[in-house]
Structures are given as structure tokens and as C-alpha cells.
Write a protein that binds this ligand. Sequence first.
Ligand SMILES: NC(=O)c1ccc[n+]([C@@H]2O[C@H](COP(=O)([O-])OP(=O)(O)OC[C@H]3O[C@@H](n4cnc5c(N)ncnc54)[C@H](OP(=O)(O)O)[C@@H]3O)[C@@H](O)[C@H]2O)c1
Length: 259
Amino acid sequence: MITIGFIGAGKMASAIINGLDKKQCQIQLSASSAHSTQKHAQALNVTAAASHNDLIQSSDIIVLAVKPHIIPSVLTQHKIDKPIVSIAAGMTLSDLAELTSPTQPLIRVMPNINATIQKATTGITRNENVSDDTFATVVSIFERVGSVHEIAEKDFGTFTALAGSSPAYIYMFIDAMSRAGVLHGMPKDVSTKIVSETVLASAEMVLKSGENPWTLVDNVSSPGGTTVAGVVSLEQHNFVATVIDAITATVEKNNQMRQ
Ligand SMILES: NC(=O)c1ccc[n+]([C@@H]2O[C@H](COP(=O)([O-])OP(=O)(O)OC[C@H]3O[C@@H](n4cnc5c(N)ncnc54)[C@H](OP(=O)(O)O)[C@@H]3O)[C@@H](O)[C@H]2O)c1
């Protein structure tokens, strides 16, 4: 049975650990202190490692689930001779290789907040030192908390905007629609539920139908009807260009943070 060691046990590590089948893998963790490690391990029903070094020795795969600025100290203070999985935003494979060695097997992963409900959309890439078997194992770990997309590392910034940050934009859209419901006399909680269910089902329709989303817009726009009036109003206020600008701003910010 494979042993997965998590260094860091915050929001993202907890979401992933909660999704894993503890009958199929052993999980241990190590957080910022012995006390905190015990507390997290108890809450997640996994093993508390005595130290980072103990965890590294007894795990097959090490998941770095600390904030990006903590990674350099963890990697310089501890020699890790096992495949490393990093979920740190903005840390490239070459950043990680500089902190370890040119032969270190490294996998970069970008899950999103939907891991907390086992519906993450996760991006993944690896360096040339990672075997196909190890990569498949890591993919299967993240498949436990949602879908996994192997992407080129150059696309991680775009992926971060489209999957990492976009939940915030989608929440804004849901809230704006719900507020419009309130404006027209509906209680906020009722309109939020109605809008959320509609967003969920509409996304499912895009995925299941395989249609281009614009075709689906046309399908629900009857000539001279209510829907096309709203579609035209959205376009008069530059809806598409505004959304594209928001994604571009996110990608640019991501690139600036990398410099
Ligand atoms: N949250 C997201 O939506 C999201 C999405 C994609 C990627 N990520 C990435 O996931 C990583 C973790 O983010 P998070 O949101 O889970 O952060 P978080 O909730 O703040 O958790 C950070 C964890 O790191 C631990 N830690 C701090 N210093 C440590 C050290 N020296 N050794 C071991 N553990 C240490 C903390 O321990 P204590 O509990 O003891 O304080 C805590 O458990 C980040 O790199 C982030 O970029 C997060």
C-alpha cells in the first residue's frame, strides 16, 4: 500500500486528504509544529509524523502543501529522495529543481477550491524524472477530489485564471443575478438557490451536449423573445469583453508575481 506524506495540513491538504480512500493508501502529515500536526492528524483521522524527516523517510510520495514562501525553507532544510508533488501556486518545476536537484522527480499540481466538495478541477504537469507509474499514481490521488487535466507548464498561468481564480468570478455572477431577483421582489436566499441551480445545470448542459456555448445561447433565444432582449443588453454592456479582460488581468497578475 502506498504511503503519501503531506507537509502542510491546511485547507487544501485537508480537502485532498478528506477525499482519499484510507483503505487504499496510508496517509501521514507534518505541519508547522508537533502540536499542530497532532491536531490536524486527529481531525483528519491520519497518522501524525514525528517530524518532517520521519515523514520523508516513511512516505513513497511527498506532497508539499505549504504556502509558496515556505517551500524554500522546507526543501533546503530537508533532503527529499522521493517524488515530490507541489501544489504551491506560482512555483515552477524549475524553481523546485533549483531547490532540490536536477534529477529530482517533480510534479506540479494546481487544484482549486472545489476540492473541498470533491469537485476540484486540477491541472498537472511533471518533469522528465517522473516515471509513468508515479505520474499515474499522483493523477489518481487528485482524481479522488475531482477532474484532472494534464497541461503544458506554460499554460499554468492561464489554468490558474480559468480554474483557480474563476470560482470568485462565478460567485460574483451568481450574486449579481440573485441581487437582480431581490430587485424584482424575490428573497435573496430563494433567488440565490434558483440562480445557483441554474448555473450548475447550464454548465452540465455545456459538458453533456458537447455544443458550442453560443449555439446553446441561440437555442434558448426565441425570435423577439425575452432571452434575446437580455443577451443584447449584456452585449451592449460588453459582457464578453469584460469577462475576457478579467481573465487577462488574472493571467498578467500571475505573470508579474512570477518575476
Ligand atoms: N487554498 C486554495 O484554494 C489553493 C488552491 C490551489 C493551490 N493552493 C496552494 O496550496 C498550498 C497550501 O494552501 P492552503 O490554502 O492549504 O494554506 P493554509 O490553509 O494556510 O495551510 C498551510 C499549511 O502549511 C503549514 N505550514 C506552515 N509552515 C510550515 C512548515 N514549516 N512545515 C510544515 N507545514 C507548515 C501550516 O501548518 P499549521 O496548520 O500548523 O499552521 C498549514 O497547515 C499553497 O501553496 C497554495 O498556493 C491553494
